[in-house]
Design a protein around this ligand. Structure first.
Ligand code: MLT
Length: 302
């Protein structure tokens, strides 16, 4: 019997696919394969017989890749499986940054005068106005599965979309709408876009890439969205840029003590992939990858 250890609970749709040769175990020490979502594996000791780890998600920065490579443990992720879920939340982020939805909802909830709420809403209309995203320039940095979905969706909402990715795959390039301006330097995005959204992995070269010198290049009042990874953005520099008005809104899917208290930040608790559909897709793909490797030696998406 082959054993699978779940470091995080993943959707039952995935584990239901395990064939009769497999069982779930409560002990990582006896596992042939590990399923993980966002829990960090950096401090874990890997057992001798561990063959594969599958991340039910896109980013693999919670897994010590060098250690896995040296021990011959194959690491999989699930590219594209949660792309639609993340894309939809990015669009919500664009709306939250452009319209004062948050202010308007709080105003309604805080209202103490039920009788006159409809009448006083006339004043609220003025207080919680916003702008439209149609016709605005959006820069998408990173054109993997999620970035491509975001670029195409925003283009169909009427935004003027610029895409940048020095490592774009042929597959992603085919999926990119003809309306996206695929550019060869991120500087064009920094200098020209009204909205900038990050969809790149966290590696040494991308850590802190949105810093003072990059922010200085941007248009005044730019909106930045980060649904990729927390530390891509230098939070101290972002706090200053928000304070000076250089950045109008910073929408981030990563709560931390700095981001939640910044003036002008909109912070979401890492919910991009938290939909039934994304969780099911990721878990299914992760389980299929692990079994295909353990049973047949096939490596998909590693
Ligand atoms: C990802 O890397 O795709 C996300 O972090 C997934 C998640 O929220 O689990």
């Amino acid at each position: 019997m082959k054993k699978i250890y779940c470091l995080n609970a993943v959707s039952g749709c995935g584990t239901a696919l395990l064939t009769e040769d497999y069982a779930l175990t409560d002990y990582i020490n006896e596992a042939d394969g590990v399923l993980v979502r966002s829990a960090s594996m950096h401090e874990l000791e890997f057992p001798e017989g561990l063959l594969a780890i599958a991340r039910a998600g896109a980013g693999v920065n919670n897994i010590p890749l060098d250690e896995c490579a040296s021990k011959g443990i194959v690491v999989f992720n699930t590219p594209g499986a949660n792309a639609n879920g993340v894309k939809e939340l990015v669009i919500a982020g664009l709306m939250l940054a452009s319209r004062d939805i948050e202010g308007g909802i709080c105003w309604c909830k805080d209202n103490k005068d039920d009788e006159n709420i409809a009448k006083s809403a006339e004043k609220a209309k003025k207080a919680f106005g916003g702008c439209e995203i149609r016709g605005k320039k959006l820069g998408v940095i990173g054109l993997g599965a999620i970035g491509t979905e975001v670029a195409n969706a925003c283009s169909s909402l009427g935004m003027d979309v610029y895409g940048y990715d020095p490592f774009i795959s042929v597959n992603a390039a085919w999926k990119l709408s003809r309306n996206i301006k695929h550019i060869t330097s991120a500087d064009t995005i920094y200098q020209e876009c009204d909205y900038i959204t990050l969809h790149i992995p966290l590696v040494d070269s991308t850590k802190g890439m949105v810093n003072q010198s990059v922010l200085d290049q941007m248009k005044d009042g730019v909106v930045i969205l980060n649904f990729a990874r927390d530390v891509l953005v230098n939070e101290d520099d972002m706090a200053k840029a928000l304070q000076s008005g250089k950045v109008k809104k910073y929408v981030t899917d990563f709560p931390n003590p700095k981001s939640v208290h910044m003036e002008g930040s909109i912070v979401i608790p890492h919910l991009g992939a938290s939909t039934e559909e994304s969780e099911d897709n990721c878990a299914k793909m992760a389980v299929e990858e692990i079994m295909d490797y353990i049973d047949n030696g096939n490596i998909r998406n590693s």
